[in-house]
Structure formats: C-alpha cells, structure tokens
Design a protein around this ligand. Sequence first.
Ligand SMILES: *Cc1c(COP(=O)(O)O)cnc(C)c1O
Ligand SMILES: [Zn+2]
Length: 434
Amino acid sequence: MAVQTVASTTVSAAGSAEPSVDLGPAAALSCRECGHRVPLGPVFACEECFGPLEIAYDFSAYDTEELRRRIEAGPANIWRYAPLLPVPADVATRPNINPGWTQLVQADNLARELGVTGGLFVKDDSGNPTHSFKDRVVAQALEAARAFGFTTLSCSSTGNLAGAVGAAAARAGLRSCVFIPHDLEQGKVVMAAVYGGELVGIEGNYDDVNRFCSELIGDPAGEGWGFVNVNLRPYYAEGSKTLAYEICEQLGWRLPDQIVVPIASGSQLTKIDKGLQELIRLGLVEDKPYRIFGAQAEGCSPVSTAYKAGHDVVRPQKPKTIAKSLAIGNPADGPYVLDIARRTGGAVEDVTDEQVVEAIRLLARTEGIFAETAGGVTVGVTKKLIENGVLDPSLTTVVLNTGDGLKTLDAVADSGLTATIRPNLESFREAGLA
Ligand SMILES: *Cc1c(COP(=O)(O)O)cnc(C)c1O
Ligand SMILES: [Zn+2]
C-alpha cells in the first residue's frame, strides 16, 4: 500500500506523540474518521482505518484579544493567520507567493438584482497571484514540502492548481512537475506552463489523473516528490481556512449568516467550516448559527445529487461541464460536505452550463467582476437557491468567486465588439452610438 511506504520511510517516530517537525501550533495529524493520531509527516491516510488525516492544533496558549491584535498587525496576506496554520514561525520571511487578503466586495447591484436585502458580498479570490483560490492551499503545501525536505512539487489538477504549483515552485526555487487532463482550457494550460516547470497532460479526466498520481507516489519514480493535494493534502487543505478567517475579519469579526461555496473535491468547503468553528472556539467571533451551501455544475454534480436524494454516500459521475475546475466526478470530501450542509441548515445545489454562463455575465454586468466558470456556478446556484426559497435573502450572504474569467474565455466567447466603425464621427453616428 502506497500510504504505508511513504509513512515508514519519512516519519521516524510513527505512533509516538512527538511531532517530527515544528509547524507552529500544529500538534499532530488526526484521523477524521476514528481520531487516531500520528506525528506530523507527509502522510494523508489513517493507518488504522484509511480515513483522511487532518491537522490537529494546540491553540490553548492563545489569549483572544492578544491573538486578534497579532492578526490585525500582520501582513496583508494569508500569513496574518500564521498562528492558526501549520507553518514554521518564520514563514513570512521565506520566498512564497503570499496569496490572500483578497477583496470582499459589497455587491449591492447584484443584491438588488437577486432581491437580497440582508447584505450580499462577493469574496473575490481571482485577485490571488495566479488568479484562483488555489494559491492559498499551495502556499501551505509549499511550507510543508520544505519542512519534509521534498525537492519536487507536484499535483493532480483540474487546471488552477497546476498554475499555482508552478508559480509557487518557481518562487521557492523548487522543481515542479504537474499533471492535468489533456483537454483543459488554453488559459489554464498556458498559465500552468509559463512558470517553467514540467506540465504533463494525461489522456483521461481528472479522476484518471488523480489515480495516476497515487500510483506515482508509491513508486520509486515519485521519491522526493511532494504532491500538494495527495501526500501533502492535510497541510494543503488548511489553506482554505484562510477564506473563512478573511471573510469574518473583513466583516468586522462577524460571521456571515450564509456562505455559498463551489465544490470540486469538497476540501475547500469542509475547511471553511473548520475555520469558522475555530474562530468561534477562539472567541474571535460571536457563537451563532451559519449556513454553508455547496455549488456544483449539473454536468458534474455527484454531491448535489446525493444531497437531493438524501444519501450519505456520493456515487461517482463522469464529468461533462464547462466548469472544468470543478469537474471532479469522485470527490474525496463529498460525504463531509453533505454532513456540513445538513448540519448547518444549508443545501447543495447545481446549475446547468447555460445558467453558469448567464451568471458569469450577471456578475460582470452588476459588479465588474469577471469570474471563471466556477464563479458562474456559485452565483448561478445563489440565484437558484433564492428563487427556490432555500437561501434567505434577508440574511448576510457571502458568495465565493474562486477564479478569473480570463482563464475560461470560451464560456463567453460570443462577447465582442458592439460595432466596427471608420475613425470619424459620421461613422460613429451611423452606428447609432451617439
Ligand atoms: C479547485 C477549485 C475549487 C474547489 O476545490 P475543492 O477541491 O472543492 O477544494 C473551486 N474553485 C476553483 C476555481 C478551483 O480551481
Ligand atoms: Zn482512522
């Protein structure tokens, strides 16, 4: 089994309570299913039950007001939350792409259009260094890769992750070799290739790419490789918590009532929930209910299908949608997403590709934000949930835009010139533009 090979060669004191590396407040890896603990290392599956491992922290030394002051005095990027992340103490001084602290846009025009009266905000993560939310997770994984001595950074990607890994590796001076489905959008391919690392197209869909990477990890060919979303996944995943932290801090240390989050593997959604729970536990926000809604494209909707059927398990699908960054047919965190949506009083919904395109245009026209197809999915699902009476328009609502429309130009390729005229006023008037 690949998992055990990696564990036994890299973690010397497996089973002991002592962490093998110092990653700030991160204390150990803990199994999400059975709670079994192992020291911090490049492992991702429980040796007892094969459940996913996640970071367990010791935050007991923190004083709430002191922590708040420390965060507010921190840099305008994710490292302001270093006290809550699995990173070395000197993280802010090392070469990293330093993503985060993206705009929380008060979307009054969109709110009017959708009938939201309780306040509508778009958390616009297209403002990250490689124009997607993936910079947050890669920035974490990079620190873990360094801590564990990996020399090559790798991943299986639906597109955005490949670019984020390429850029982070370039900044850090590491080799990168990333794997994507062979038929991605040109914007994503160019973005992933330009940083100079190796980019490999796999003949298959994302789930095939992911399976291949799992094989490579267990093979000598993959030795010394840190796969950000496989053997470094517990660290990688923590990066998504920073979205929750930023949203609350930008709202004035307040929880939103409702958040609409896109789902690919479901990791982001589950860690946003974890981040909100931590803020409550640390006393940084008031303890009150919030609802988390998941958004998928109809052409790859394994989680919303399970949600609507009342199932606890997610049956894999073969993806066919323009929302390629969300096209994971067998989402690893699907069951946890179902659990969070149900526990918080949220829901999981999907929209057609036509509705995705419509929503991209709606967000661009109302707020001047050009989202990639994944942002079309969240805005489209928000609209649908309001129309169906599931999302409450009288409550404060945050919608995530996780990527940049410039990477998925094909979706709106029929946008273009209003008119072509000769360079004189007569021609301008003839075109009816005066
Ligand atoms: C990867 C990705 C997501 C969601 O990722 P999860 O696997 O669910 O964590 C959302 N939006 C964009 C643009 C992405 O690239
Ligand atoms: Zn376990």
